[in-house]
Design a protein around this ligand. Structure first.
Ligand code: FAD
Ligand code: MG
Length: 333
C-alpha cells in the first residue's frame, strides 16, 4: 500500500468474536492503474441467508469493485493506447473530439480545481510531465522545460458542454489525470458498494482512500506514511464516512546531484514541487481530496494551508521539509 496504510488493530479478532457467526469482514487487494488497490467491507447477515450465499455476495461485490477500477483504467490511462484519454491526447490538438459524459464531467472538475488553485493543479502539466521517467531517472533539460511552459495552461483545454467535445489550443498540449482519476475511481466504487446495500466499507487506490460508515462501531484508522522512513507512520487518523488522500514526494522519484526529482510538478516551473514532502487532505468527496492533495503539495505550507482553511469541509495534514507536521484549523479543535 502506498502513502496511506490501512491500520489493522488487535481488536480485529475481537470484532469477529463479538458479532454474529454469519457476519464478517471481507477484503481483497489487487493491482490496477500501476498501483495497489484494496477493498474491505462488512456484510451483516442479520437475515436468513446461508453462509455460502453471503460469501458469494461478497465475491460478487469484490468483482464489481475490481471491474470498476479496471474500467476507469481502460478509459483514463495514459499508458493504454486505446484509452479515451490517449485518443484525446492524440487528436484534440488538431480537432474537437467528442468524449463521454463521464470523462467530460471529470475534466470540468479538474478545471474547477485549477481555477480554485490559481493553476497549481493543472492536468496540462503533462505537456512537460511525459518527459520525466522516474524509473529510468530521466528528466527534461532546461531548454525543453522553457519550450513546454507556455503549453502548461488549463485554459488550453477547451470544453464545449453542448457538444461534449474537448479541443486543445495546440497539438503540443497533453493532459494526464494521475492527480484526480484514482480518487474518482474510489468514489465510484464506494457508490457501487453503497447501492448494493453495503454500509461499512473502505476502498483505496494507492494513496487515495474512501470510507463508508465506520469499522463496526469504531472509526477506521488510516495511517499517513512517514515520508522518509520505510514502514513507519507519521500519524494515524481516525475517520468515519470520509475520504483521505496523500500526495508524497517519495512515491515516484530519483535523486540527482542531491536534488529530488519527483512526480508532483509545479505547473509554473515545469520542475518538481519542493516546498513540502507530504500532504494529506480529508473531506467528503474522494475526487476532490485526491486533486486537493496534489494542489496543496504544489502550493506549499503557508498558501496551501490557507487554501484549505478557507474551504468548508476539507482538512489538511502537511509535513514540511523538516518533517514537522502541520494541521488545518478544523483538526486543531
Ligand atoms: P498524487 O500525489 O495524487 O498526484 C500526483 C500525480 O498527479 C502525478 O503522478 C501526476 O500524474 C499528476 N500531477 C503532477 N503534478 C500535477 C499538477 N501540478 N496538477 C495536476 N496533476 C499533477 N502508473 C504506472 O506506472 N503504470 C500504469 O499502468 C498506470 N496506469 C494508470 C492509470 C490511470 C487511470 C491513472 C489515473 C494512473 C495510472 N498510473 C500508472 C499512475 C500512477 O498510479 C500514479 O503514480 C498515480 O496516479 C499518482 O498517484 P498519487 O496518489 O501518488 O498522486
Ligand atoms: Mg492527489
Amino acid at each position: 500500500m502506498k502513502g496511506l496504510v490501512i491500520f489493522k488493530r488487535i481488536y480485529w479478532g475481537l470484532l469477529l468474536l463479538s458479532t454474529s457467526a454469519n457476519a464478517q469482514w471481507y477484503q481483497h487487494s489487487f493491482e490496477v492503474m500501476g498501483t495497489m488497490s484494496h477493498v474491505e467491507f462488512w456484510l451483516d447477515n442479520s437475515e436468513v441467508e446461508k453462509e455460502q450465499a453471503i460469501n458469494d455476495k461478497a465475491d460478487t461485490l469484490i468483482q464489481v469493485v475490481k471491474q470498476e477500477m479496471i474500467r476507469i483504467d481502460q478509459q483514463m490511462s495514459p499508458y493504454i493506447e486505446q484509452s479515451e484519454l490517449s485518443k484525446i491526447n492524440r487528436e484534440a490538438g488538431v480537432k474537437a473530439v467528442k468524449i463521454s459524459q463521464e470523462l467530460f464531467d471529470l475534466l470540468i472538475i479538474a478545471q474547477n480545481i485549477s481555477t480554485l488553485s490559481d493553476g497549481a493543479f493543472d492536468i496540462t502539466y503533462a505537456s512537460i510531465g511525459y518527459q520525466y521517467n522516474y524509473r529510468e531517472q530521466k528528466r527534461p533539460n532546461q531548454q525543453a522545460i522553457i519550450e513546454a511552459l507556455p503549453l502548461i495552461d488549463y485554459a488550453s483545454v477547451q470544453l464545449e458542454s453542448s457538444k461534449l467535445t474537448v479541443r486543445y489550443t495546440s497539438d503540443q498540449v497533453k493532459i494526464d489525470l494521475g492527480g484526480i482519476a484514482k480518487g474518482y475511481a474510489v468514489k465510484r466504487c464506494l457508490a457501487l458498494l453503497k447501492s448494493a446495500g453495503v454500509q461499512n466499507a473502505l476502498v483505496s487506490a494507492g494513496g487515495d482512500t474512501g470510507l463508508l460508515g465506520d469499522r463496526y462501531g469504531r472509526p477506521w484508522l488510516v495511517a499517513i506514511k512517514h515520508p522518509r522512513a520505510e514502514n513507519k507512520n507519521a500519524a494515524v487518523i481516525p475517520l468515519t464516512n470520509e475520504a483521505i488522500s496523500t500526495s508524497g514526494d517519495y512515491e515516484r522519484y530519483f535523486v540527482e546531484d542531491g536534488v529530488r526529482y519527483h512526480h508532483i510538478i509545479n505547473p509554473k516551473t515545469g520542475d518538481s514541487a519542493r516546498k513540502v514532502v507530504s500532504v494529506s487532505i480529508i473531506g467528503d468527496d474522494p475526487t476532490y481530496v485526491d486533486a486537493l492533495s496534489t494542489t496543496v503539495f504544489v502550493k506549499g505550507l503557508t498558501v496551501g494551508m490557507q487554501l484549505i482553511n478557507n474551504l468548508d469541509n476539507f482538512e489538511a495534514i502537511i509535513i514540511d521539509n523538516k518533517q514537522r507536521l502541520h494541521f488545518s484549523n478544523g483538526l486543531q479543535q
